[in-house]
Design a protein around this ligand. Sequence first.
Ligand code: NDP
Length: 372
Amino acid sequence: MSSRRDFLQQLTIGIGVAALSPAAASATIANVKKSEKQLRVALMGLGGYANMVAKAIKDCKRVVLTGIVTGTPGKIPEWQPAYGIPDKNVYSYDTLYQIADNPDIDLVYITTPNSLHYQHVLQVAAAGKHVICEKPLADNAQQAREMIAACKKAGVKFYVGYRLHFEPHTRELIRMRKAGEFGRIMCVNNYMGFKIGDPTQWRLKKALAGGGAMMDVGVYALNGARYATGEEPLWVTAQETKTDTVKFAEVDETVTFQLGFPSGAIASCGTTYNFNNYERLYLIGDKGFAELSPAFSYGPTRGRTHLGAMNQPIVNHQTVQMDGLADCILNGTPDPGMTGEEGLKDMLVIDAVYESIRRNGEKIYLNKKGTV
Ligand code: NDP
């Protein structure tokens, strides 16, 4: 796709009058403009997760989907009428820079493969739009630092899609930990994994995925260890197990890793692409405990503590995330742990996990500045 004109020409050829009618498009935009308190979002990379986020946005109070960025023109005829997106808000990766001139879009939500996050965040920041980037934030901590710097320079907000920070059970666990209800945190056991299917998918290609299970879902166990303790690890050890060297030739299959925190708390975590039913957050303090299971997938999230079953509401994770982040951006409410800096903190530990694996499980120390 060489230009936006080509893109829209191809769109017209492809779908003819089936595209969104001008009346429907202008009605949608007019509705958006009526409310100054709505965050206008474009989704970039219209795959599985973007579909889920788009559907969730329909139930948002403070968010409206106004644009799309895609490299696949064939997806446009479905997306435009489904979400009332006018031609002028449809972009390709090549025309993304033109989003700078579009007042109907405040934020771009990046849901492309992991190793494209870096370049896409830099492009969106250069266009002067706020960014939510999916996890894992980048291929490594250095990229994450550059992404944060680019967003700061451009004066745009930068978030990572850590949806659990708006999930009620997770928030209650964090509230209880901060209130001292578990006492001193002694130990955390977190794991998250699944058996991956299609051996040809991008998640198994290092150039697009950056890494394997650790990057994709191990980051939940890691992020969970950080919010369960409220601390940054001082050291990391890690081990990799590979049972299928063909399927997992390029990326990690199963990783176990351990973290040591300044208070003396320890975390023992795992992740895999090789088996199912591997998902739990377990926190043990000297006055109590908490267990979330499921803890990291879309749920419904369930939990219990030393006080009994948790009775938090079951929510759509993406809807509460989007409404919550819109509140942060539009009304300045405090961010619950989804800034680019939070993504960087996890990338620093992921770098250390891979470093430890390369060094046969050696203990890797993270210094006070948070560098490996
Ligand atoms: P998909 O493969 O389903 O979608 C990725 C989309 O990215 C594609 O459909 C495509 O959209 C676009 N794309 C651009 N370049 C490429 C390329 N070279 N190869 C493949 N796709 C490309 O992936 P997911 O939606 O499952 O994952 C996307 C991101 O979201 C990942 O970073 C993942 O970790 C994250 N994610 C987060 C979840 C969460 O709960 N927070 C859950 C699932 C995923 P187009 O054709 O429109 O260009």
